[in-house]
Design a protein around this ligand. Structure first.
Ligand code: GDP
Length: 420
């Protein structure tokens, strides 16, 4: 039976290591693109006296896009027999970090691609740091171009050992190491007869075996309140259910106050009958058993999985502002529908988003740099670590009316004042 949810995959790898070839192969070998497109690319390669380049399949799709047809190549879709996937692609570190941290996208799993002939290089270390910074939990390492090493097991084992050390340095552990030859479609969808010593899964089987950390039924309930309406003497709470499911009778808690009550009814504006259960991603209306205090910005959760609540939070911020992110200046922080003023309490570390090198914290966080910071909000906020609930684990920073940064929350900072 097919799994409903679309899994979001990110593939990181140095240029020329074979990322486009791997993606092209995934599209072709799962029959996610029509055969005539593949034939067209094949013809073009033959005309130019070249071998088939699966990487050109992406160029071909891009061309179509520029002609106003279909596909966004930064979100490449394909499917296995089991489920749908989207590969989130980014041309470089900067765009990647910016997209990920600023909330344009988030990945369920990452594949780190290494050229077998190159082995582990500085790039691999940087990619590991990026994945760590982003809190991607399911990381698999793919070692490509095994044909250039004559499919030699010992060479593969050596790269695995080197890579394990590099990842450990960044605080990461890969879940598996997969030897492939993307060019020949080996161990991507079809098993390789040249790599019989490899007992693990192919790329597609690895993907199919991935679990989404929270399927919607065991995910914590997160309903940020957008508005409260008076309607026929009833108070209807409106918002988008960012995570989890809700039914009438469910016990809930309203944060940051921590007031408990129950869902009385589910409301619907466009269905003739009220729904029995609300699932994540829906814009919803509910009424509550008790007349609790509630306004735009209140976070409704289930009672079993409370959020973090406080004024101090630790975060990784991707900065885009014209002026650097500095201490002693007030910004506006927005987490879903919550909004308050904040300032930077501490800048722990500043990374160049291009090469991940660490620079001095003295001048604050310049544009296109990433800061590991502690923020202090004027009012208590309710949130989650990004690694726990991504939807309520990210925020936007504004300088005046301008969005100037985005970030992911890593936790609640220790310096809570007692009167919070
Ligand atoms: P990208 O820059 O990471 O997207 O790399 P490409 O997919 O464009 O591949 C770079 C080059 O490596 C191309 O010439 C590919 O044909 C070649 N290549 C990709 N995979 C393999 C492989 O498994 N074996 C060999 N020998 N070459 C490969």
């Amino acid at each position: 039976s097919r799994i409903q949810e679309t899994l979001k995959i990110v593939i990181v790898g140095h240029v020329d290591h074979g990322k486009s070839t791997l993606i092209g192969r995934l599209l072709a070998d799962t029959a996610s693109v029509p055969q005539d497109r593949i034939s067209a690319v094949q013809r073009r390669c033959t005309e130019q006296g070249k071998e088939m380049e699966y990487a050109f399949l992406l160029d071909a799709l891009e061309e179509e896009q520029s002609q106003g047809i279909t596909i966004d190549t930064t979100r490449i879709q394909f499917h296995s027999e089991k489920r749908d996937y989207v590969i989130i692609d980014a041309p470089g570190h900067k765009e990647f970090l910016k997209n990920m941290i600023s909330g344009a996208s988030d990945a369920d799993a990452a594949f780190l691609l290494i050229d077998a002939q190159e082995g582990v290089r500085e790039q691999t270390r940087r990619h590991a740091s990026i994945l760590k910074l982003l809190g991607v939990r399911q990381v698999h390492v793919v070692i490509n171009k095994m044909d250039l090493l004559d499919y030699d097991q010992e060479s593969f084992d050596q790269i695995v050992t080197d890579c394990q050390a590099a990842l450990a340095n960044a605080g990461l552990v890969a879940r598996s190491y997969i030897p492939i030859a993307a060019k020949f479609g080996e161990n991507i969808v079809h098993r390789s007869s040249n790599l019989t010593w490899y007992a693990g899964l192919t790329i597609i089987d690895t993907m199919d075996a991935l679990t989404i950390e929270h399927s919607s039924h065991d995910a914590p309930v997160r309903l940020p309140v957008q508005d409260v309406y008076k309607f026929d003497h009833r108070r209807i709470i409106a918002g988008r259910l960012e995570s989890g499911t809700l039914k009438a009778g469910d016990e809930i808690v309203c944060w940051p106050q921590g007031t408990r009550t129950r869902i009385k009814t589910l409301e619907s504006w466009n269905l003739s009958e009220p729904p029995i259960e609300l699932v994540q991603g829906l814009s919803v209306g509910v009424t509550l058993e008790d007349p609790v205090f509630l306004e735009r910005g209140t976070l409704i959760t289930n009672s079993d999985a409370p959020p973090l609540v406080g004024t101090h939070l630790t975060a990784n911020v991707y900065w885009l502002g014209r002026n650097p992110l500095v201490m002693d200046r007030r910004y506006t922080i927005k987490i879903t529908t919550q909004e308050t003023s904040c300032e930077v309490k501490t800048i722990h570390r500043v990374y160049d988003s291009g090469d991940l090198s660490v620079i001095s914290v003295e001048g604050g966080v310049p544009a296109n740099f990433v800061g590991e910071v502690t923020l202090e909000a004027k009012q208590p906020l309710a949130f989650d670590p990004f690694a726990g609930v991504p939807e309520t684990g990210r925020f936007v920073l504004m300088d005046g009316y301008e969005v100037c940064g985005g970030g992911i929350i890593t936790g609640l900072a220790g310096e809570q004042s007692t009167d919070d």
